[in-house]
Design a protein around this ligand. Structure first.
Ligand SMILES: Nc1ncnc2c1ncn2[C@@H]1O[C@H](COP(=O)(O)OP(=O)(O)OP(=O)(O)O)[C@@H](O)[C@H]1O
Length: 802
């Protein structure tokens, strides 16, 4: 009985404890609900017009968000934050526009955190918030700010930007409440990741919305939005916001509030930004850039070009010139880790220069950039605003300079004026002008890979100008392309023919950023989906160095080229590469079966198919490539110096006068045969003469050899009449037991040469050859093989003594 009592006691105790726990839990839940209700009330009652928004603590925010903001040292909200956060907290759709560097990131991250917090979102509820960025760099940066500000929340957040294993990524996505992504990769997951639940999505954010909504991302974004529920909140932010009704309906925005903090401002660029432009011919732009860098060695400079090829060429050449500050370059095709590392290194630098495409034009927050230099004019004013916005961020000072070709000046200034951009003309000081033309020419002349890069850079630039929509600014005809090619160290402008047809039209409608390798995250994803063979992969190993890349680009697989370089999708470029005497004509339009690479047109003979590593190596050998060069052609030049085949330059009557074509051919062959026979007689006489001379020499050597015993005979060895090296002469002394001609014959027939006996060995040496051992009889001890005159003298003396 007492034992039973004892058992019952703890059971009752346990039950009591459990009940207490449950009560505490429900009390906590109730308290949380009360505080959430209070928070919701505060949000509902918050009137931004009358409320004091000069401090974050005055905004109706949850304590984890407030603590996160405080811990990140943000105290006062910026204008866009003060206006957008309260409206977004109330659940409104927002179109936010504010100058670059004005803090838009926080303006959408705070509402995201608050929305999920108030909905008591857990990992079992699926994806709650999706933030889309146009570039990987920007997505990474946004994710970093999210983890900083949201550190006191317990949400799971992920970054989906590609560059990682899709499967691994997919496994984790199912548990995420917030995702920061680029459109292409996200679409890939939405299409293929079964565990990803988006039906419950509460809030969608498009950072740099105008960019995400434009042609480059159109199909990806439309497909992506298809997957999302219509009932959700949507926030769009950008420094250059469009209010196109079509865009808003594409995203199913409901009565969005347009919050533009710079609508009445004098300019759409920050006031602390000094903006200049320089008129410099296209061909002098690299000189001007070099002079600029040399004069600003204590600055942090960001230089924009319109294509990755130009970035690479400028980086490679400037690097060799060592201007005196660290140089970096950032391109779309670089590996993700490399891009992040470069971004981090440049961010951490005080004085450095980064060459980049528009991949970093938008949103990227490099700290304390002093100068933004635009070597190539931006495609439009919006791009200009975003590029210069990388400096003078958050009330800091900054300077920007735009290099304009004289043909671009008028049109560009007109466009900038329309957007009230205060820019003034400056000139380069005479004493600061520098010319690197000669250095570039030398570099390019010596290095075929650099020459290749120069021509690619030229082609990319011309292509970008050709595709520009604003022909008032960008006019190919007004540019001095020959001079530009020369400034890149090229002997002449590469010939470019523009393909016609549908594709070009389509591409022209795309923004340049979408075409350049800069923002091509989506395209890259699409390309990755294409099945690749082992050979494809081999040829894709392009990140090692310029030279590898160079050879890869010699390959004419149009499909691979598209993946690596969008240059050639719509342009047909015939280029001639003159490296090591080998002229390689490559037609980029050739479409070949996957895995086969053909370099065509080598001397008009058979095509050279690069289908193995060995064949790839052959490209580097001048000798090996000779057989692909062809046998040469008989050509004659007319008065203008134009080359023709002889039958083309000759009139038909003249041609017929010499007989029929067949008869002429036969006569030509006979004549040539006579010439060959005559030449043969001469050649034979020459060979005979040479043999005779050789024989005489040999006889002389034998005579000398016989006279070796006599010291008096030696001096003549020291100074042979024919001026030959005495040691060389000694080394070719005749061997005992065989004549010189015998050995010569053996060699000639390719048979292995029998190891000749040394002249100081007798026949018995065959059995007793004991190098280094003291022998009997006539065997002389040889500790070292004789190879100098003295050695032979000593040996000869030894023989005589014996
Ligand atoms: N309230 C704030 N107080 C202090 N600094 C802030 C505040 N909000 C943002 N910042 C800082 O201002 C800088 C610019 O912010 P952010 O990158 O969000 O600008 P942005 O408007 O998105 O620029 P862009 O248009 O170029 O994308 C960042 O370094 C950020 O840390």
């Amino acid at each position: 009985m007492p034992a039973r009592m004892e058992k019952r006691k703890p059971q009752a105790q346990q039950q009591r404890q459990q009940k207490q726990k449950q009560e505490a839990k429900s009390l906590k839940r109730k308290r949380e609900q009360v505080s959430l209700d209070q928070l919701q009330d505060a949000v509902d009652q918050f009137d931004p017009k009358s409320a004091d928004t000069t401090k974050f603590s005055n905004l109706p925010l949850s304590s984890p968000t407030a603590s996160g903001i405080e811990a990140s040292h943000f105290q006062a909200p910026t204008d866009i934050q003060a206006r957008a956060i309260p409206a977004a907290l109330k659940g409104q759709d927002i179109l936010g526009a504010a100058k670059t560097g004005s803090g838009k990131t926080l303006a959408f991250l705070v509402p995201v955190l608050e929305k999920l917090y108030r909905a008591r979102w857990t990992e079992y509820d699926g994806l709650g918030a999706l933030i889309i960025s146009p570039t990987r760099e920007l997505a990474v940066q946004t994710f970093q700010v999210l983890t900083k500000v949201g550190r006191f929340h317990s949400f799971s957040a992920g970054l989906v930007i590609g560059g990682k294993n899709l499967k691994e990524e997919a496994e984790r996505l199912g548990r995420m409440s917030i995702l920061v992504c680029t459109p292409g990769r996200m679409l890939q997951h939405l299409d293929s990741t079964s565990g990803l639940q988006v039906d419950n999505l509460q809030i969608l954010v498009l950072d740099e919305a105008d960019r995400i909504m434009d042609m480059g991302f159109k199909s990806a974004v439309d497909a992506l939005v298809e997957h999302l529920p219509k009932e959700r909140q949507t926030l769009l932010f950008s420094a250059t916001q469009s209010r196109k009704v079509s865009d808003l309906s594409r995203l199913s925005l409901k009565e969005p509030e347009y919050i533009a903090v710079h609508e009445n401002a004098a300019a759409s660029t920050p006031e602390s930004l000094q903006q200049h432009y320089l008129v410099t011919p296209l061909a002098s732009k690299l000189n001007t850039l070099y002079g600029f860098i040399k004069s600003n060695l204590k600055s942090k400079i960001l230089v924009f070009f319109s294509s990755g090829k130009q970035v690479r060429f400028a980086f490679e050449t400037m690097r060799h010139l060592r201007p005196g500050l660290p140089l970096y370059h950032l391109l779309g095709p670089q590996k993700q880790a490399q891009r992040l590392q470069i971004t981090a290194s440049y961010s951490a630098s005080k004085c450095a220069c980064l060459f980049a495409t528009d991949v970093v034009a938008r949103g990227v927050d490099f700290p304390s950039v002093d100068w933004v230099v635009q070597v190539d004019a931006p495609e439009d004013v919006d791009t200009y605003i975003h590029r210069v916005g990388r400096t003078a961020r958050f009330n800091k000072d900054g300077k920007a300079v735009l290099l304009l070709d004289p043909s671009e000046e008028e049109g560009m200034l007109k466009r900038l004026e329309l957007k009230k951009i205060p820019i003034r003309r400056v000139n380069v000081r005479e004493n600061k002008k520098q010319s690197i033309d000669e250095s570039i020419q030398n570099m390019v002349f010596k290095d075929p890979s650099l020459k290749y890069l120069a021509s690619k850079s030229f082609i990319s630039y011309v292509r970008s100008i050709h595709l520009q929509r604003d022909k008032e600014i960008f006019n190919l005809k007004k540019l001095d392309l020959e001079a530009y090619a020369a400034s890149l160290g090229l002997p002449g402008a590469p010939i470019i023919s523009f393909a016609k047809g549908e594709d070009v039209k389509k591409l022209k409608n795309m923004s340049r950023a979408a075409l350049s390798d800069s923002d091509s995250e989506f395209d890259a994803e699409k390309k990755k989906r294409k099945a690749r063979t082992k050979v494809d992969k081999m040829f894709e190993r392009t990140n090692q160095d310029v030279l590898t890349d160079h050879y890869t680009k010699l390959l004419g697989d149009a499909t691979d080229k598209a993946a690596e370089d969008s240059d050639d999708d719509f342009l047909a470029v015939k280029r001639v590469i003159e490296g090591d005497d080998l002229d390689v004509a490559v037609d980029d339009r050739v479409t070949l079966p996957s895995g086969t690479k053909i370099i065509s047109g080598l001397g008009g003979e058979e095509p050279f198919i690069v289908d193995s590593k060995r064949r790839e190596k052959m490209l580097k050998s001048k000798k090996q490539m000779l057989k692909f060069k062809g046998r040469g052609d008989h050509i004659v030049f007319d008065d203008e110096g134009t080359a023709h085949h002889p039958y083309r330059i000759q009139g038909e009557d003249d041609f017929k006068r010499d007989g029929s074509a067949e008869a002429q051919r036969r006569k030509f062959v006979e004549d040539e045969a006579v010439k060959v026979r005559e030449a043969d007689i001469g050649d034979k006489a020459l060979v005979k003469e040479k043999r005779r001379e050789k024989k005489e020499k040999r006889k002389a050597r034998e005579a000398l050899e016989n006279g070796l015993a006599s010291a008096a005979a030696m001096p003549s060895l020291g100074a042979p009449e024919d001026g030959e090296d005495p040691l060389a002469f000694l080394a070719s002394l005749p061997v005992a037991g065989g004549t010189h001609s015998d050995t010569e014959e053996e060699e000639h027939e390719g048979r292995p040469r029998k190891k000749a006996k040394k002249w100081f060995e007798d026949d018995s040496a065959d059995e007793k050859k004991t190098k280094g051992k003291k022998g009997k009889g006539k065997i002389i001890e040889i500790t070292d093989e004789p190879d100098t005159l003295e050695d032979y003298e000593t040996l000869a003396a030894g023989l005589l003594d014996d």
